[in-house]
Design a protein around this ligand. Structure first.
Ligand code: ACO
Length: 303
């Protein structure tokens, strides 16, 4: 765990600035030897245990990450080997902070097709590896982590509606534009962000996609028991909930303890709220993510 005070000893910032601008109090940072697949492995084991199934019962593995272990093989394949779940298809989805809602929607549609019965969906990130630790405007915002869910074929409960979007013309406001070429990194290997542009777009598209998703199943924001937006910062969460007319008491907020963990943020928040007893079987939960690309989407689930 790394507190804001810890960061203040590395860069010119303060606990007060970070808390008031972002709501973040602390973040977890992976040890140097820990990869995205290691965090994913721990999250997957907990999800399997909660679902009461074995890794061998899985017939699909999807990992959402923008900080994969390697260029290839995919982190999903590395995870599959760690789980000992050989043979089922395994692949990564790269949609940055919207990665988990993308992966969940893909898994749901694969299951609906009848081709697969039990899918493991993981969001996992080690964003600490792509941060410029001398850039106080970005390094204070992110953390490392992983969260996982199991989806199983059933009439209900489950995903009621989902919508995904992307607009590549906004790529420049949030990117890590480095490349590997001839054994060397070319371009900029660190995360760069126009914070204010991201803020404005994020609040707008989260509100729009939430309403679009609810409309598909003739629901209103008032029908939502719990809103889980991407945990970027508390001001984006507050503004999104306010625009939707959903009270802060129904909005799951874990950015204070995890910071922004990109594709891991929504499943981590879901895990916290299920384990502390707030989210219960039968609850209607709206997950909404937005990330670099720009990518965004929402999934409305009955737990
Ligand atoms: N500590 C202290 N001062 C800082 C820090 C810091 N960590 N970072 C920036 N500052 C300073 C700046 O240098 C600037 O100083 P100046 O006025 O002397 O030039 C001042 O604070 C204001 O900087 P801004 O960048 O204008 O600060 P802003 O009020 O916009 O807040 C923030 C920055 C928190 C990033 C805000 O833009 C924001 O919330 N953006 C949303 C983006 C976000 O959360 N991104 C996460 C990833 S994107 C995603 O997940 C979808």
């Amino acid at each position: 765990m790394s507190s804001n005070a810890d960061l203040a000893s590395r860069v010119d910032t303060s606990d007060e600035w970070i808390r008031t601008r972002t709501g973040i109090h602390q973040r977890h940072l992976a040890d140097p030897g820990q990869m995205s697949s290691d965090l994913a492995h721990q999250a997957a084991l907990q999800a399997l245990s909660a679902a009461g199934i074995a890794a061998a019962d899985l017939d699909l593995i999807i990992v959402a990450t923008s900080t994969p272990d390697f260029i290839f093989p995919s982190t999903a394949c590395v995870l599959q080997a760690k789980l000992g779940a050989a043979r089922c298809p395994a692949f990564d989805v790269q949609a940055v902070c919207a990665g988990f809602v993308y992966a969940l929607d893909i898994a749901d549609k694969f299951i609906r097709s009848g081709a697969y019965k039990r899918a493991l969906v993981v969001g996992t990130e080690v964003f600490s590896r792509i941060l410029d630790w001398s850039d106080r405007g970005t390094c204070v915002l992110f953390g490392d982590g992983a969260g996982a869910v199991i989806l199983a074929a059933a009439d209900r409960p489950g995903v009621r509606a989902s919508v995904l979007h992307a607009d590549g013309s906004h790529a420049g406001i949030l990117s890590t534009p480095g490349q590997l070429c001839g054994g060397k990194v070319t371009g900029d290997p660190f995360l760069r962000m126009d914070g204010q542009a991201v803020f404005k777009l994020a609040v707008r598209v989260l509100d729009e996609v939430a309403r679009e998703t609810l409309a598909l199943c003739e629901m209103q924001p008032a029908d939502v028991d719990w809103l889980i937006p991407h945990q970027a910062n508390v001001r984006i969460l507050d503004a999104t909930a306010k625009k939707l007319g959903i009270s802060p008491a129904k909005t799951i907020m874990t950015v204070d303890r995890h910071a922004n963990t990109s594709a891991a943020s929504i499943p981590l928040a879901l895990d916290v709220a299920v384990r502390d007893g707030r989210i219960k079987a039968g609850d209607k939960v709206l997950l909404a993510g937005v990330g670099g690309g720009l990518t965004w989407g929402a999934v409305f689930v009955e737990i």
